[in-house]
Design a protein around this ligand. Structure first.
Ligand SMILES: [Zn+2]
Length: 450
């Protein structure tokens, strides 16, 4: 057992670090590190350098940028613990989603603002909070953690999975660990410590439909000549049945045995309007975490402003398909493409461009690090731990799981049901960041005793 004295010491140390954590987070949020194509790459590198400096300041040894050809640099460093003790790899990412329309934000997205204990700004939760947590956990041990700690913070989690195999494959020895702690997740409900045990995979494709050589007069030809947008709409409509269940034959599903998600809190969190029905059938947690979900995430068609009385000759849509943790993405993408092609009405010409597939993952939960994490979280929060799935994917996880099959994977963090990640007014509860950092420090302490 861990001596109580040490736990009290860590609790005090982390509490004293609260202003530092906030400063680290504010510094990072100010940098618009969007790694998407078409965005300025300079702030992405600036965020990598700021991450390096924060981690070095927290006592991490030999912190350096790992350059990836054609990609964004990752930040890596390591502190050796006493010999014979386990090695823990801490993960986060410093890149962020684009801010989207600024007018939807209550304050400029890259200007951190604290209101009611929450820090607002793009990346405040996803995933710059992860960097602040790792730095605080290291600082709590004054740079001398009881186990060997490695930290990897990558810079294109939101934008692409293209360079992941090179990052992991090219740095196997550096990254090798007994436990991999991914701080890119969070708590089911604010203050309720949570381990995420499943992640959905995701595939997408862009389907283009053409019916005419060129746009033609809708009065002269409408009624006989098919318009491409109507054809596309009919194809997209076949993706669900009338109750909103995914109607693509051949996809797998998986049962869910963890926490149950109530309809009322879900409606409120998702902002579903009154009287609007939820789609699909079966337990909500299953629909969100272990069943497929299909949505249209973009469409190219004439805008209403400037539209004319012509038949649309071509139109395209981007379709996103979320996958159960145990689905093979390549297989699922092929099923989606076949479905869309078969659904084309009127002999419309269809061309599908496939996006990059990302695997899902179901994390094994029987090992000693999982037990230690449950105990550390319960102590830090003073509440029992719950297990949830995630509807989103963290592409790195399945890559790490495949590269290091003997390592235990832990997904936790400081996000909560109000974090609004990827959307406007993203935020993180600073008290939750502190609790997450304490849990991480307690976990490192416990891992030295397993
Ligand atoms: Zn993230």
């Amino acid at each position: 057992m861990v001596p109580i004295r040490m736990n009290d010491h860590l609790r005090g140390a982390v509490a004293a670090l609260a202003p530092q954590m906030r400063a680290d987070l504010e510094r990072l949020v100010r940098i618009p590190s969007v790694a998407f194509e078409g965005f300025d790459p300079a702030p992405v590198r600036e965020a990598a350098e700021a991450t390096r400096d924060i981690l070095a300041g927290a006592g991490l040894g030999g912190v350096r940028l790992i350059e990836l050809s054609g990609g964004q640099p990752a930040v890596f460093g390591e502190i050796a613990g006493p010999p014979g003790f386990p090695t823990v790899l801490l993960y986060a990412h410093y890149d962020v989603q684009p801010a989207g329309p600024e007018k939807l934000w209550d304050a400029p997205p890259f200007q951190p603002v604290v209101r009611d204990g929450r820090l607002y700004g793009r990346g405040s939760a996803d995933d710059k909070s992860g960097i602040a947590i790792h730095a605080a956990a290291l600082r709590a041990f004054e740079g001398r953690p009881p186990v060997t700690v490695k930290v990897i913070v990558e810079g294109e989690e939101e934008a692409t999975t293209q360079n992941l195999p090179a990052l992991v494959g090219g740095n196997r020895d550096r990254l090798a660990a007994d436990v991999i702690l991914v701080a890119d997740s969070g708590n089911w409900r604010n203050g309720e410590p949570t381990l995420t045990t499943t992640l959905r995979g995701v595939v997408d494709c862009t389907v283009e439909v053409q019916t005419l050589e060129l746009p033609v007069h809708s009065g002269a030809y409408g009624g006989a000549a098919p318009d491409a947008l109507m054809a596309l709409i009919r194809m997209l409509a076949t993706l669900h049945d009338d109750r909103g269940n995914v109607a693509i034959d051949g996809l797998v599903t998986m049962p869910w045995n963890g926490v149950e998600y109530g309809e009322e809190p879900f409606r409120a969190e998702a902002g579903v309007l009154p009287e609007v029905e939820l789609v699909g059938e079966g337990p909500l947690a299953e629909r969100l975490w272990t069943k497929p979900a299909v949505n249209v995430i973009g469409i190219d068609a004439p805008t209403i402003h400037g539209s004319r009385n012509v038949l649309v000759d071509r139109a395209r849509a981007r379709v996103s398909l979320r996958l159960p943790p145990n689905e093979n993405p390549e297989r699922a993408l092929q099923i989606l493409v076949d479905h869309l092609e078969a659904a084309a009405p009127w002999g419309a010409h269809v061309h599908v461009r496939e996006g990059a597939p990302a695997d899902g993952c179901a994390v094994p939960t029987g090992g000693p690090a999982h037990t230690a994490a449950r105990s550390a979280l319960a102590e830090a929060y003073g509440r029992p731990v719950v297990e949830t799935g995630s509807g989103g994917s963290v592409p790195l996880i399945p890559v790490l799981a495949a590269a290091f099959p003997h390592a235990e994977l832990l997904l936790m963090g400081a996000m909560d049901e109000r974090s609004n990640i990827h959307a406007q007014n993203e935020s993180v509860d600073l008290a939750e960041v502190e609790r997450a950092a304490l849990a991480e420090a307690l976990l490192l302490e416990r891992l030295a005793n397993v």
